[in-house]
Structures are given as structure tokens and as C-alpha cells.
Design a protein around this ligand. Structure first.
Ligand code: TGC
Ligand code: FAD
Length: 394
């Protein structure tokens, strides 16, 4: 570049010009999902949040776009790259964390469990229908008394002849009451195993958890399994021990690294726009130094988090992503997204506490995202263990 040539000023949102690091196909995925969110989610999501619902049709609509199990290969799944899957999560969560959650649980937890640990018969039976969104899945790991420490789970599957008989309670299960199939993790005489449980099986029931103030555009349920009798082939044959469910969590946590950036981007964009137009003391509030400091800090964390997501995405596609890298990304990006959301809310003043603007909805949602898929404390301890070699969980 010659000295006299003018460098284009950076964009106020994609300040670091990260778009240039994406391939044509990746940008196409991003634009497709962004359009879907603009047309199908944004006009309604405040009402869904207020009513505590997520319309069932969203499942088939996401399926038509190839967003359910999108980074899985075969069985009608598109086999997209990790970066493309991440970009889709980012755009879905720019709409609402509940919509991204739906896709995460369906594709990265329920479908991935079958894809990674299931038999060919289980894959053929469930994956194509789930990819189309015609069948909905949920993932039951957490119990009322075992959240961060799933190793202690009490759900138990005992042998009875060739059958399994499953008893236990699972708590906080996304999609629970709308699921056609639940992936349930339970102890056995041989350690923790996974089971594919059709929701119509006698003894299986799901009750919704009400009065949530976060992730309201998402169904969260308690599952009760009372003498649920399953055939021998309901077990996921390849999953042995806690590594079974934890491998699925890596996939969903990876999506959250990106999704959190989507929620943060919406909050930043909303606050920036508001700051440029809201007048106080006869000038836009964006002209005050204190507001500019908030916006500049938001911009910096948004850029750093986006770079991190992309870097980890490329590492995933090169097969170099370790689970502790995922913890690094989930911990940082959700924590910073939540700070951005809280800061954005202050810029909106009184308007910041209503559903007329998306900020407090994202802020409240991110409280759940900070907790599920491993709390911020759990990810801190995973990083601590990785760098010191010393486990500090107990
Ligand atoms: P630990 O002894 O460390 O490990 C047991 C076995 O698992 C292996 N392992 C992993 N494998 C794959 N990926 C990982 N990330 C793994 N981490 C560990 C490990 O190598 C070992 O294998 P093996 O073959 O030797 O048996 O297990 P621990 O009991 O000490 O637990 C470690 C800890 C605390 C990190 C783990 O329990 C944990 O991550 N706890 C957090 C629980 C959690 O994240 N729950 C999420 C529930 S699902 C959810 O929240 C969905 S939200 C849905 C939405 O998006 O809407
Ligand atoms: P606890 O484990 O009781 O933790 C409480 C506090 O103690 C946290 O701050 C935690 O970090 C801290 N703590 C715990 N252990 C330690 C330690 N060793 N050192 C320091 N601090 C510690 N689960 C599923 O299986 N499937 C789902 O689909 C699902 N969806 C969810 C949807 C929503 C909206 C929510 C809120 C949760 C969902 N979960 C799901 C459950 C989620 O994974 C758990 O809530 C999470 O793992 C934390 O468990 P807990 O709530 O029991 O908290």
C-alpha cells in the first residue's frame, strides 16, 4: 500500500473486519440464518418470551434450513464445518438464546449422542427425522441433586432379562415436554450409560418448569422415569462412563462460544443506535465520555470474543480443539457477553428494562447460558486443572 492511499475506516460493528476471514460459503450460511432470524424470530420473540413459549413449527423451519445437526455428516445431515455451525449459532442467538438452545439441544446433544455413540439402527431410525425437525430430542443429564457433578447421578437402569428398567428424575431439561425422544444418562451395574427413550414409553413423563425469568422462549422440563422398560437395543452401545455425555457437551459448548457473541452483538448494536439518537442535556447521550467508554469497552470485548470464536472454530475444523479450549471460549465469551448486555442496558436507561428493546431479554437469557453446559466456576476449574495438573473440584 502506498503512503498516500487512504485506509477505509472500520465498521462500527465488524470493527476488525473479520468478515474478510470467512469463506464465501461461510458468509452464505451466516446471511441465510440472519435472514431467517430477521423474518421469523425478531418480529415475534418478545411475545414468545413474555408468554414463555417457542412455537413448534420453528423445529421444521430450522430443519428445512439444514440447521439441526448441521455439522454431522450423513443421515440427512449437511456435514457443515465447525465454523459454519458456529456462525449459525451466532445468528440464531442474536435473535434469542432460546432459539439457539433449541438447535443446540437437538443437534449437538440429542442427535450428536446418537451419531457418536449409537448403533446404525438407532442412527437410521432417529437422525433423518430429527434433522428435518419432525422429531424433537432432549438430553437428560442433570438431576435435582447433581448438576455440576453429574458423576453422582442417581438415575439407575437395571437389567431385567434382556430388558432395561430405568428409574430416576432429570431436572432442567430443555425441550423435555415437547420431545419425541429423550437421551437419558443413567448409572448401571457397569457404570454410566446412555439410553434412547421414546417419549411414548410407559413410565416416562415430563412436566414444564414455570416462573423462569430467563430463557423464557425455550421449554425447560423435569423428566420423571418410573419403571421405564426398554429393550436391550435402547442402550447407546458405544458410550461408556461419563465421557459419553461429556463428549456431547463439547459440541454444544462450542456452539455457545459463538452464540454468546450473537447475543452481545445485538445488545451492542441496540445500545449504539440508542446512544446516537437519545437526547439528554441537549445532546445525544453517545456524545458523553462515560457513554463512549461503555461503548468502546463493549466493542473491544465483542471483537476479542469474535476472534476467539473464529480461532477455536478453525482449530475444531483442523481437529486440534481440546475440551479445555472449549472451556476457555465458553467461560470468556459468555462472561463478556453478559457484561456487554448489562452495560447496554444501562445505556438504554428506563427503556432498558422493557421487552420493547431486546437487551434485557438477552441479559436475562445469558444468566442461564452462564450456568448451563458447565457453570463459569466449573469451566474455571477445568482450566485450572489443565494448566496446573491439579483437580480442585472436590
Ligand atoms: P472426570 O473424571 O474429569 O472425567 C470423567 C471421564 O470423562 C472424560 N472427560 C471428557 N470427555 C470428553 N469431553 C470432555 N469435556 C471431558 N471431560 C472429561 C474423562 O477423560 C474421563 O474419561 P474416562 O474414560 O477416564 O472415564 O469427571 P469428573 O466427575 O471429575 O467431572 C468433571 C467435570 C466437573 C468437569 C464435569 O462433570 C462437568 O463438566 N460438569 C458440568 C456438568 C455440565 O456441564 N452439565 C451440563 C448438562 S447439559 C446442559 O446444560 C444443556 S443446556 C441446553 C441448552 O443449550 O439449552
Ligand atoms: P449446582 O451444580 O448446584 O451449582 C450451584 C453453584 O455452585 C454454581 O455457582 C456452581 O458453579 C457452584 N459449584 C458447584 N460445584 C462447585 C465446585 N466444585 N467449586 C466451586 N463452585 C462450585 N441440563 C441437562 O442435562 N439438559 C438440559 O437440556 C439442560 N437445560 C438447561 C436449561 C436451563 C434454562 C438451565 C438453567 C439449566 C439447564 N440444564 C440442563 C442444567 C444445567 O446444566 C445445570 O443447571 C448446571 O450444570 C448447574 O447445575 P445446578 O443448577 O445443579 O447447580
Amino acid at each position: 500500500m502506498k503512503m498516500h492511499e487512504k485506509i477505509a475506516p472500520p465498521d462500527a460493528v465488524d470493527f476488525l473486519g473479520l468478515d474478510a476471514l470467512l469463506s464465501h460459503e461461510e458468509r452464505l450460511v451466516r446471511e441465510t440464518v440472519r435472514d431467517f432470524v430477521r423474518q421469523r424470530v425478531l418480529p415475534h420473540v418478545a411475545d414468545w418470551f413474555e408468554q414463555g413459549i417457542l412455537p413448534r413449527e420453528i423445529a421444521t423451519e430450522l430443519g428445512k434450513l439444514g440447521l439441526l445437526g448441521m455439522h454431522l455428516d450423513g443421515y440427512e445431515c449437511p456435514g457443515a464445518s465447525g465454523v459454519a455451525y458456529g456462525l449459525a449459532c451466532l445468528e440464531l442467538e442474536a435473535g434469542d438464546s432460546g432459539v439457539r438452545s433449541f438447535a443446540s439441544v437437538q443437534g449437538s446433544l440429542a442427535m450428536f449422542a446418537i451419531y457418536r455413540w449409537g448403533s446404525e439402527a438407532q442412527k437410521h431410525e432417529w437422525l433423518p427425522q430429527m434433522a428435518r425437525g419432525q422429531k424433537i430430542g432432549c438430553f437428560g443429564l442433570t438431576e435435582p441433586d447433581f448438576g455440576s457433578n453429574p458423576a453422582g447421578m442417581r438415575a439407575f437402569a437395571r437389567r431385567d432379562g434382556n430388558d432395561w428398567v430405568l428409574n430416576g428424575t432429570k431436572m432442567w431439561i430443555t425441550n423435555g415436554s415437547i420431545a419425541d425422544v429423550a437421551i437419558v444418562w443413567a448409572n448401571t451395574d457397569d457404570g454410566i450409560r446412555g439410553f434412547v427413550v421414546p417419549a411414548v414409553t410407559p413410565g416416562f413423563s415430563a412436566t414444564n418448569i414455570h416462573k423462569k425469568l430467563s430463557l423464557r422462549a425455550s421449554i425447560t422440563s423435569e423428566l420423571v422415569l418410573q419403571d421405564v422398560r426398554l429393550p436391550d437395543d435402547a442402550q447407546l452401545p458405544l458410550a461408556k462412563g461419563l465421557a459419553g455425555p461429556l463428549a456431547c457437551l463439547n459440541e454444544a459448548r462450542f456452539g455457545i462460544i459463538w452464540g454468546a457473541i450473537g447475543a452481545a452483538r445485538t445488545c451492542y448494536e441496540t445500545a449504539l443506535e440508542y446512544a446516537k439518537t437519545r437526547m439528554q442535556f441537549d445532546r445525544p447521550i453517545g456524545g458523553f465520555q462515560l457513554t463512549q467508554e461503555k461503548l468502546a469497552n463493549m466493542l473491544i470485548e465483542l471483537g476479542k470474543g469474535s476472534l476467539l470464536a473464529l480461532h477455536l472454530g478453525r482449530m475444531k475444523d483442523e481437529g486440534r480443539l481440546h475440551p479445555s479450549h472449549v472451556s476457555f471460549g465458553k467461560l470468556n465469551n459468555v462472561r463478556e457477553a453478559l457484561k456487554i448486555a448489562r452495560e447496554a442496558r444501562t445505556i438504554l436507561g428506563g427503556n432498558g428494562v422493557t421487552l420493547e428493546y431486546p437487551v434485557i431479554r438477552h441479559m436475562n437469557n445469558l444468566e442461564s447460558v452462564l450456568t448451563y453446559e458447565g457453570t463459569s466456576e466449573v469451566h474455571t476449574l477445568i482450566l485450572g486443572q489443565q494448566i496446573t495438573g491439579l483437580a480442585a473440584f472436590t
